[in-house]
Design a protein around this ligand. Sequence first.
Ligand code: GRF
Length: 199
Amino acid sequence: LRVAALASGRGSNLAALIAARLPVEFVLVGSDKPSAGALDVARQAGIPTVAMQAKDFADRVAFDRALFGAVAEARPDLLVLAGYMRIIDASVVAAWEGRAINIHPSLLPKYRGMHTHRRCLEAGDTEHGASVHFVTAELDGGPVVAQARIAVGPTDTEETLATRLLVEEHTLLPAVVGAIASGRLQWRGLAMFDGKPLE
Ligand code: GRF
């Protein structure tokens, strides 16, 4: 399975994915931040990289077309958004239906968007988690294929939640990519696992 990834930050999810030694070939890592640590993670793993800056483009969709065009040139079977912090133009996302997954630090459908840990604490939730979902034009709205849960304690802060959740993410994302690589998780217009639709 040819895998490309997009990341905006330090790339710990990308690093975990690479370290999982899945039967996949990483063909490209891209970023909207030329200084993203994720690019260093890729370089150390010998994976080709591409970085583009929004300020170099006329508008958002021009940026998205350029970056996703570069991803498409690498001919990936799967695109993993591993901490990619931009909202992607719907017309660009449409071309990747069923071929792009995202990891989001909340128990979707709760807390789509940003600041999930803070919102979880503010709501007084006793549980938090991360979700991997197929990417659709609806922000953090695509079919959820797997989740990891953690308990929220009375002394938890945004930082302690994020740190503890990241550990779970580093297992969850590789598990999903492995399921796709093995053919157990598929996209047939909807997410299927072992031949059965995921509701
Ligand atoms: C993770 O919490 C992920 O859920 C969210 O952004 C963070 C990425 O962290 N999308 P990293 O760059 O993979 O360390």
